[in-house]
Design a protein around this ligand. Structure first.
Ligand code: F6P
Length: 333
């Protein structure tokens, strides 16, 4: 093992730069030649690689996004794209690959391993939907961004006595909504994992009003779909948050506003937690490859860094803890 390539793939997440930096510096310290691949698997297909040394990764630990850039490569799912990626690996004489990314990227990493290319995954996704690791790189930063946003929204919600529907990301996982809602003191959290009709949501808001609450924060995960008669209306309204907000405005006694945090959540300087996680997971990835082991993802398990075989990563992804859902609503009393 002498030449290792690092790539970031899928949605960017804060801490990816810290992970690249750690991989490059740990590799260099072992005397390995390190390379970066631009735009994830797309760059692998197009042969877009560059040599990276210690100085090339200076001043990036605090930067959000990924300086290697990223992509969701449809071409890598095709036979032609895959063949070209393998050609690149062989022409650049790459002995091992570190893939930093989420579930889709880890699937790509698994495929590379199956082709005989030693590959290690490093979990990075704001959604925290990767099974096998307690936290993925970027999650802590996005939660802090959501909480900071909820603090600001609460100021105006209190001032006007309004309900605010705040839509957050997470794809099919309610993790960001759940944990962000708990830390941000939300009255209600709506997640894909728990089924609730809009009538029930409205009843919860009105219950708060009856208890003397003059404002309300409802955090809605983008993947939430209401049960009952409105379950097909999400597309029509444009998003989960828009649907909930419209319904509350039309039927409730409290004026409602909508805020969609969107891609604001993905940017920003990574928190200390995400930087530390990135450094630890990347160091382990380099050590594994240098020791000849591939086919695994480095993961945070009980505060320790462990290697989880790709084959053990469940296809369903990671479940949210419904005890937290119960707690959010208990504390909203
Ligand atoms: O997976 C990360 C994520 O930010 C999801 O939360 C969201 O659904 C999706 O990516 C958005 O993707 P894009 O940046 O391609 O719009």
């Amino acid at each position: 093992m002498s030449r290792i390539a690092v790539l970031t793939s899928g949605g960017d997440s804060p801490g990816m730069n810290a992970a690249i930096r750690a991989a490059v510096r740990c590799g260099c310290s072992l005397g390995l030649e390190m390379f970066g691949v631009s735009r994830g698997f797309a760059g692998l297909i197009e042969g877009d690689l560059l040599s990276l040394d210690n100085r090339a990764v200076g001043g990036v630990i605090e930067r959000g996004g990924t300086f290697l850039r990223t992509a969701r490569s449809a071409a890598f799912l095709t036979k032609k794209g895959q063949e070209r990626a393998l050609d690149t690996i062989s022409s650049w004489r790459i002995d091992g690959i570190i893939v930093i990314g989420g579930n889709g990227s880890l699937k790509g990493a698994h495929w590379l391993q199956e082709q005989g290319i030693p590959t290690v995954g490093v979990p990075a996704s704001i959604d925290n939907d990767i099974c096998g690791t307690a936290m993925a790189i970027g999650v802590d930063t996005v939660l802090n961004t959501v909480v900071a946003s909820l603090n600001r929204i609460r100021d105006t919600a209190v001032s006007h006595g309004r309900a605010f529907v705040v839509e957050v990301m997470g794809r099919n996982s309610g993790y960001i909504a759940l944990m962000g809602g708990l830390a941000g003191g939300a009255e209600i959290v709506l997640i894909p994992e728990v089924s609730l009709s809009l009538k029930e949501v409205s009843a919860l808001v009105e219950l708060g009003v009856a208890k003397g609450k003059h404002h309300s924060i409802i955090v809605v995960s983008e993947g939430f779909t209401p049960s009952g008669e409105h379950q097909d209306k999400k597309e029509e309204e444009g998003s989960a948050g828009a649907l909930v907000s419209r319904y509350l405005n039309d039927t409730g006694t409290i004026e409602t506003r909508l805020t969609i945090l969107g891609h604001l959540q993905r940017g920003g300087s990574p928190t200390a937690f995400d930087r530390i996680l990135a450094c630890r997971l990347s160091e382990a990835a380099v050590d594994l490859l240098a020791g000849g082991a591939g086919g695994v993802m480095t993961a945070l398990v009980d505060q320790e860094v462990k290697a989880i075989p790709f084959a053990e990563l469940s296809k369903e992804g990671r479940n949210v803890n419904l005890e937290i859902y119960r707690l959010v609503h208990k504390l909203a009393n």
